[in-house]
Design a protein around this ligand. Structure first.
Ligand SMILES: [Fe+2]
Length: 285
């Protein structure tokens, strides 16, 4: 049976209810300024609702969100996003992005995991990332790049330990001829991310893919639709980035978008849908 799912990313759902000024100490000062100036105007939660509705109408069986569910990692935001995702009428898979690890306290207290564990269930080694969700002959492999970065930076890191676990997972699933779909927030291809927004250990990630392979890699973070590749042992591995699922932008390639994937052992079929200001429409890939 194929796995049919919708891929969205960087939905940045906002909820400032109950927030007090002292929550904005440290990095959140710059984050809030950025939020006030850009995100409030730039994103619309209702566009996400329309993407989900459209995906459901197209027969999607799952929603995959590749990070940046929140803006400031506030508990109120996480609770808000969790409620929304739990009510959409589809099973959900999520991974965290840099906005979901906004301060050291959020990471120390494991807040993302506490709120979204039910959407990241599956096999784990030592209880840590990556997690593996198996659907017959297809597996979603959720990688975390979410680390707290300096103000005005939005970098990510997979980390040596996680890369070792990922290497073993990809090798094992590859031997079993499982279709491996890797989910990662930051683009893992050199030269794609803006300065100070990059994946710090993308070379090491690329070495794992070159050695073990994968059938598809999905990411977000850049708020634009991207098609790149990474070398794999059996040829090029497609790497697809999707724009923000709530963006109001009408700049070509930066409009809100979602992809519908149908994946089985024989093929990976993708349809891209972009927001034209009033509705989602199929776009040429
Ligand atoms: Fe991001």
């Amino acid at each position: 049976m194929p796995l049919r799912f919708v891929h969205v990313s960087d939905i940045h759902l906002l909820d400032l209810q109950g927030v007090r000024p002292w929550h904005y100490l440290n990095k959140r000062i710059t984050g809030r300024v950025n939020l006030a100036l850009k995100r409030r105007r730039g994103h619309d939660e209702q566009i996400f609702d329309r993407a989900v509705e459209h995906g459901l109408a197209l027969g999607a069986e799952r929603l995959v969100v590749t990070g940046d569910l929140s803006n400031l990692s506030l508990p109120s935001e996480f609770a808000h996003v969790r409620r929304r995702l739990a009510s959409i009428g589809l099973p959900v898979t999520v991974i965290p992005g840099n906005h979901d690890a906004y301060t050291k306290g959020v990471v120390r207290d494991n807040l993302f995991d506490l709120h979204f564990r039910e959407f990241m269930d599956g096999e784990r080694v030592d209880g840590d990332f990556p997690f593996v969700q198996r659907f017959d002959e297809v597996a979603l492999i959720g990688v975390s790049t979410a680390v707290t970065s300096l103000p005005l930076y939005a970098t990510g890191t997979v980390g040596r330990d996680q890369l070792e676990r990922l290497d073993a997972v990809l090798a094992r699933l590859g031997e079993q001829h499982v279709v491996r779909v890797v989910l990662i927030h930051h683009p893992p291809v050199a030269g794609v991310a803006k300065a100070r927004h990059d994946l710090r250990d993308l070379d090491a990630f690329g070495e794992v893919i070159a050695r073990r392979g994968a059938e598809l890699i999905l990411h977000g973070h850049e708020h634009r639709n991207l098609d790149t590749i990474l070398p794999g042992p059996g040829g090029a591995v497609p790497v697809h980035g999707i724009a923000s699922g709530t963006s109001r932008s009408q700049r070509p390639g930066h409009e809100a978008a979602f992809s519908l994937y149908q994946v089985d052992r024989h093929r990976i079929h993708r349809e891209l849908y972009t927001w034209n200001g009033t509705s989602f429409a199929r776009a040429h890939v």
